[in-house]
Design a protein around this ligand. Sequence first.
Ligand code: ZN
Length: 208
Amino acid sequence: MSRLPPALRTLLLHSGQTSALLAMAVLAMAMAPASAPPDADPVSPEGVPVMAVAVPAGPVMRTMTFGEPVPGFDINSRFGMRRLGGEPGVRMHKGVDIAAPSGTTVFAAGEGEVIRIGHDPAGYGNFIEMRHPNGMTTLYAHLSRIDVATGDRIGSRERIGLVGSTGYSTGPHLHFEIRRDGAQINPARVLGEVFQVAVEDTALAAAS
Ligand SMILES: [Zn+2]
């Protein structure tokens, strides 16, 4: 090869490299699995799928998350047994209280449908109850104003009313409940949790 003109040597060398690369590519294609085995680890280099993975049967899922109904204000009375000033003994507090000035915006904790609004002078005052795609309901109480109606479909983080002190309340705050299977659960344990929900039940997610 040393006697060949430089240009031809370069050409041969180049075509030799090309052939080698082509051979490697063919070899790689031959070695690649036609489809990834079902239990292949998607992060392992050997198991990188070379074809689109089939969409599994069943409902298309997406996620939803509950967010704070009055962002920027802390829970100042927690869920659970508590002693109320001026009352004997302790009572179960079935939600959380978030103290905020009257007129502060109250947001839906997540997308859903308004299933009930009302005025309960001895208790919740002006309140809103919503049902969410994860099957849970949320309740917002002591509102000074309600900006939604029963049947309304509400997007996540949409304004639904204003903080107030209506009903059984000693000062402006939002009393916020989350119910699962009709029973109140601790909202502090659910806020921020990610829920898998079926897409067909949540066309309302795009309502806003
Ligand atoms: Zn409360």
